[in-house]
Design a binder for this molecule. Structure first.
Ligand code: APR
Length: 316
């Protein structure tokens, strides 16, 4: 049987950690690509990780490169190229630089890996997903953004701590944009089938949501650069669902046409992820308050896309 192939663009903190989680899960062969100036870093990290195989018991070729030809035949590509957030910087401050980077990366993906499912991680995420979609011209099922997996994981971590239970028993859903824009759905959060609202009061649930919302900023403040273990873990969770055709239902930034009345934007919604990429968007019933929050979140996505279109008219 042919081994799956995963390429990770950007061999920095998030990219190298994606390669690490993916190798540990033996998802397939891995290509870690960075710019020519950093090819030594990409090659060094790839070599170092490759030699973990005998200890961690994974069979995988792990290649560091700056040559996009090496991504040919990839099943999944995770894009982490771009500047991380520095203290005091909002995600939106990053937009100009990172759109340029993701634009150039997307042109290469279009050329060398037209069949790959592309998972965007670079921030501001909602703008990057749009950019990759416009530049590649790929069908919408092949373009997806990682944000929801991370936000949900942070939310679940804090809930489990408050409840005093295993994270394994928590099942939760969030929608909308990344971070501040997330739409919490405590109605859809359960602890081994028990609604979370029966185990925690509203104030505690809200505190967990709020901490998850600013989770990225909390890490930036502590260590002076943005998070990478959890963002990489979220990305690899999605890559695994696609590579193994698991049909997992995960919250992802996916293209919504009629779904949720969004009208043609990438928004965080629950999706079925399988070998076809985003195979389906699940439309949950939302109450009036939840709908309002989602609308606000969508309007921020639209604003962000508007900024991209103003800065880069060719992406309209
Ligand atoms: N092609 C390939 N790699 C690139 C390109 C490019 N055009 N431009 C920059 N890179 C590489 C950088 O050389 C660097 O090695 O992307 C890498 C980014 O790594 P870090 O600076 O360590 O940033 P990281 O913390 O990994 O964050 C990357 O993910 O979560 C988001 O907000 C975060 O946008 C940021 C991205």
């Amino acid at each position: 049987m042919r081994r799956a192939k995963l390429s990770v663009i950007g061999a920095g903190n998030v990219g190298a950690t994606c390669a690490h989680w993916a190798a540990a899960k033996e998802l397939g062969d891995i290509v870690l690509l960075d710019i020519p100036d950093k090819v030594g870093v990409a090659q060094g990290k790839a070599l170092d990780l490759w030699c973990c195989g005998p200890m961690e018991r994974f069979d995988a070729n792990i290649l560091g490169t700056s040559d996009y030809k090496d991504i040919e035949g990839s099943d999944v590509i995770i894009v982490t190229a771009g500047l991380p957030r520095k203290p005091g910087m909002s995600r939106d401050d990053l937009i100009n630089t990172n759109v340029k980077i993701v634009k150039s990366v997307s042109e290469q993906i279009k050329k060398y890996a037209p069949n790959a499912v592309v998972i965007l991680v670079s921030n501001p995420l909602d703008a990057m997903v749009y950019t990759a979609w416009k530049v590649t011209g790929f069908p919408t099922n092949q373009i997806v953004g990682q944000a929801g997996c991370l936000d949900v994981a942070r939310y679940c971590t804090f809930l489990a701590e408050k409840i005093g239970c295993s994270i394994e028993d928590i099942s939760a859903l969030l929608m909308g944009g990344h971070g501040d824009d997330m739409v919490p759905l405590p109605r859809y959060t359960s602890v081994h089938g028990i609604p979370v609202t029966e185990l925690l009061d509203d104030a505690t649930i809200t505190a967990c949501v709020d901490r998850a919302k600013v989770g990225g900023g909390e890490v930036v403040k502590l260590m002076g650069t943005s998070a990478y273990y959890a963002p990489a873990s979220g990305s690899v969770q999605m890559a695994e669902a696609i590579i193994k055709d698991k049909k997992r239902i995960l919250p992802c930034a996916a293209y919504c046409g009629k779904e949720y009345g969004v009208g043609g934007y990438f928004v965080g919604v629950p999706c079925v992820l399988g070998s076809g990429g985003v195979e389906k968007i699940i439309e949950c019933k939302l109450n009036t308050d939840e709908k309002k929050l989602l609308e606000e979140s969508v309007s921020h996505v639209k604003d962000l896309v508007g900024v991209v279109q103003n800065l880069f008219p060719e992406l309209k």
